[in-house]
Design a binder for this molecule. Structure first.
Ligand code: ADP
Length: 274
C-alpha cells in the first residue's frame, strides 16, 4: 500500500516464522521525527504570536467597558492600541496564507512577463513612504531586462527585502535598490547601511519566525515570516539569494535569477558589442 512514509523504509526482509515467513520492515524515522518537531514548533510559534495581541486587545476591551473610562483620553489611546494589534494579527494571518499557498506543491507558478524596472520603481516609492524621509534611498537600474515569473510573488519577495532594509536601518542611513546583469544572470540587490547581522544568524534567517532581535522586529511591524516567503518565491523561480552583512555597517541581500528567466530588450536598445 502506498504511504507518505514509504520513503523512510530502509529495508524489507523475509524471515522464517515457524513454518511460515514474516516480513520485517525497517524504517528510518529520524526524518519523520524532525518533521514532527518542526510542525510542533510552528504551531507553538503561531499560537504565541496570536496570543500576545489578543491578550492586549482583551485587556483594553475590559477597561473600555468600565463606564468611567468612556470619552476619556484613555479611551482614545486604548482604541488606537487595539487597532495596531489587530493590524498585526491581520499581517500575520496574511503572511501565513501566503506561505501556505507557496508551500502547496500543486500551485504551479503563474508565469508572465514581469517588468522588473517598473516593479522596482513602484517598490522605490513604497520604500520612500515607509521611510517618511528618514533615509536616503536610491534606485539604480543598470539593466532594462524583464523576467519571466509571477508578478505577485516577485512583488512580495522583493518588497519584503526592501521593507526590511527600511526597518533595520536607523534614521539618516542609506538604502539602494539595484537591478543589473552579471554573468548572464539577472541580479537584484538591496543594500542598506543599517544594523547588520552577525554571521551566526545568517544561515537561519529564512526559517519561519527566526528573528535576530525579537523586540525590534515586533516594534517595526515584522511578522517573522518575510524571509521564509522570500525563500519559497525564489525556489519557485530557480533563483538564489546571498546575504553579505556586517554588524553596525549594514547588509546586502542579493538575488540571482537564472539566464533562462531573463527577457532582454531588442538589439536596438543595446549598445553595440565590440
Ligand atoms: P521580520 O518580520 O522579523 O523582519 P524576516 O523574516 O523578514 O522577519 O527577517 C528575519 C530577521 O532577519 C529579522 O527579524 C531581522 O532580525 C533580520 N533582518 C532581515 N533583514 C535585515 C536587514 N536588512 N538588516 C538587519 N537585519 C535584518
Amino acid at each position: 500500500k502506498q504511504s507518505r512514509y514509504e520513503e523512510m523504509i530502509v529495508s524489507l526482509q523475509l524471515v522464517p516464522y515457524g513454518d511460515k515467513e514474516k516480513l520485517l520492515i525497517s524504517r528510518d524515522i529520524t526524518r519523520f521525527e524532525k518533521m514532527e518537531i518542526m510542525r510542533r514548533d510552528f504551531i507553538a510559534n503561531v499560537s504565541h504570536e496570536l496570543r500576545t495581541p489578543l491578550t492586549i486587545i482583551g485587556g483594553f476591551l475590559e477597561t473600555l467597558l468600565d463606564e468611567e473610562m468612556q470619552d476619556s483620553d484613555m479611551e482614545k489611546r486604548a482604541l488606537t492600541l487595539m487597532a495596531d494589534q489587530s493590524k498585526r494579527m491581520q499581517r500575520l494571518v496574511e503572511d501565513l496564507l501566503t506561505l501556505s499557498r507557496l508551500e502547496n506543491a500543486q500551485n504551479t507558478l503563474h508565469e508572465e512577463v514581469v517588468n522588473i524596472p517598473a516593479l522596482l520603481q513602484s517598490l522605490y516609492q513604497e520604500a520612500q513612504s515607509l521611510s517618511v524621509g528618514r533615509h536616503r534611498i536610491t534606485l539604480n537600474l543598470v539593466s532594462d531586462a524583464q523576467l519571466s515569473g509571477s508578478l505577485d510573488e516577485l512583488r512580495s519577495a522583493l518588497g519584503n527585502l526592501v521593507s526590511n532594509a527600511v526597518r533595520y536601518t536607523p534614521e539618516g542611513g542609506d538604502i539602494s535598490l539595484n537591478w543589473a546583469e552579471e554573468h548572464e544572470q539577472g541580479l537584484f540587490f538591496v543594500q542598506d547601511s543599517g544594523i547588520g547581522i552577525g554571521p551566526e544568524h545568517i544561515p537561519r534567517l529564512t526559517e519561519r519566525f527566526y528573528r535576530v532581535d525579537r523586540s525590534r522586529s515586533r516594534e517595526t511591524g515584522g511578522t517573522g515570516l518575510g524571509l521564509a516567503i522570500v525563500k519559497h518565491v525564489l525556489g519557485r523561480h530557480q533563483a538564489r539569494m546571498e546575504i553579505v552583512s556586517e554588524i553596525g555597517k549594514g547588509s546586502i541581500f542579493k538575488i540571482w535569477f537564472p539566464a533562462k528567466r531573463l527577457i532582454k530588450h531588442s538589439i536596438h536598445n543595446k549598445p553595440a558589442a565590440h
